[in-house]
Ligand binder design. Structure first.
Ligand SMILES: *[C@@H]1O[C@H](CO)[C@@H](O)[C@H](O)[C@H]1NC(C)=O
Ligand SMILES: *[C@@H]1O[C@H](CO)[C@@H](O)[C@H](O)[C@H]1NC(C)=O
Length: 176
């Protein structure tokens, strides 16, 4: 079911991705079918525990690098069906929740605030870090550490093919 929903979503990917991801769920194979091979765009993520929450910082060694697209969520390691916890304290002029109906279409459960995407078709410099706060729901760590997935894309008007370079940041541990 999930695979069929994703293929259907891909048809919409190019036309509707400018104001947020039309996908709630992600895997490399699906992304490659829709957008071609991943590119090393230089992004990385730092997760730091702070009380009962975590600061998630999107970074690039090149502080002038710009990106447009973002899809981000926390799962159990390798998990696909449930996006855990919630994201807050981010720049709501740039980012928003993925439309919850996309998540239910993709067979993903979780709070709306568990899946974050970009809001506009603009270039954003990561600068010295774009920060998000992630807070687990009770019980999210019952099986140990969790995993943060981040996909960044750099669609620009210079790429009218609609196949923006994209990077899957290797899964980042969210320690219990
Ligand atoms: C982002 O988070 C890092 C790590 O907690 C912190 O050092 C930095 O000051 C934060 N940046 C902003 C703009 O809040
Ligand atoms: C959980 O994450 C911490 C910090 O990265 C690591 O030291 C620890 O080994 C991990 N635990 C397991 C069971 O993988």
């Amino acid at each position: 079911m999930k695979f069929i929903a994703i293929v259907a979503s891909l048809v919409a990917l190019v036309s509707s991705s400018k104001n947020g991801s039309p996908l709630c769920y992600y895997d490399d194979q699906t992304m490659q079918q829709g957008m071609g091979d991943p590119a090393p765009l230089g992004y990385s993520v730092k997760v730091s525990k702070s009380g009962g929450s975590y600061t998630v910082q999107l970074l690039n060694q090149d502080t002038t690098a710009v990106y447009q697209g973002l899809l981000m969520f926390v799962t159990t390691p390798g998990g696909t069906d449930s996006h855990l916890g919630s994201f807050t304290s981010y720049d709501t002029s740039k980012f928003k929740n993925v439309n919850p109906s996309f998540c239910s279409n993709d067979g993903v459960s979780g709070l709306a605030s568990a899946t974050i995407t970009h809001k506009n078709p603009y270039d954003y410099a990561v600068g010295h870090g774009n920060n998000f706060t992630w807070t687990p729901n009770s019980g999210d760590f019952s099986n140990g550490n969790l995993s943060l997935t981040v996909i960044v894309s750099a669609f620009t008007p210079d790429q009218p093919s609609g196949r923006p370079p994209w990077q899957h940041i290797p899964e980042v541990v969210v320690p219990k």
